[in-house]
Design a protein around this ligand. Sequence first.
Ligand SMILES: [Fe+2]
Ligand SMILES: [Fe+2]
Length: 310
Amino acid sequence: MKIQNILDRFKEFEYVVQEWEKNLAQRQRVEKRFNTYTGWVYVLGDVHVPFTDWELVYQHVLPDIAANKEKALVVLPGDSLSFDLFSRYRKASSTPLPEGEIRVLRKFLSTLTKDLKREVIMIFSNHEARIYKFIRDNIKGFLEQQEILNFLKTWDDLLGMSNLYMVMDWMVQIADIVVSHGEPGSRIKGKVNEWAINYFLHGPGKHYITNYFQVVAQAHTHQQSLGFYCERVGIEVGVLSKPLDYQFCNQPYSYGKYGDWSRGYAKLKVVKGITDRKEIRLINLDPILWNRQYRKTMTLEEKFCCDSNE
Ligand SMILES: [Fe+2]
Ligand SMILES: [Fe+2]
């Protein structure tokens, strides 16, 4: 290897470390702010603009948040956008443009932050990262890729607004709740909870956690589940998007995680940084889609009750 190549590699390494440190510091600033938080935490997973089920969001989710007289923080745990234009996989029948997705997401964020006056935390995941993968796959040379990214607008330019905290990471800890967008085991209902708790408790993830955690709220799987593992509570929060084309594209089941979807969200009550286990609610909105006008809410107590009856 030539000396110049080694120097280039070193520059790449320095760049990656700087970016990582910057993002870590930003995440920790947000975490510190909510360390001893008291109030409700709403986790609205996989909104997937522009495929969001706005009827569910505007008729059921937002009214629930609006009616809450207590403090309520909203966390968007990734896949808030779709960025199908940058996807290597099958596209939806008419691929929406990212600029439009940003415009719609901004509107949704401003409903939460301005109209409902709630603080919002947004983390980043595989769909938001599609732009980076696209550049990486199509532009040769690491520094060239970074220079192109430097010319683009930042997430702050695109979405920045007061009351919105963007965390450039796939996880964030809010009080004793770890909200994450992990992927392993995502095809098997509940499996990702076990993986995530293990990962943050005993695996490399323990270095990401600064304080004790008792709950992991997990997005990405588009499923809902609630359970215990290692004395921690694991929640898969569900999806707030309409079915996507590739959900029905006749691929074998192993093609992706898109088997049964559960539409809904989770809300948890936190007092001085500690989640009240009796006030963990997993809300399933599927009955509304089936024209049965009620919401199905699962609590840990009910879950325990159902499991012991089975
Ligand atoms: Fe998703
Ligand atoms: Fe995802």
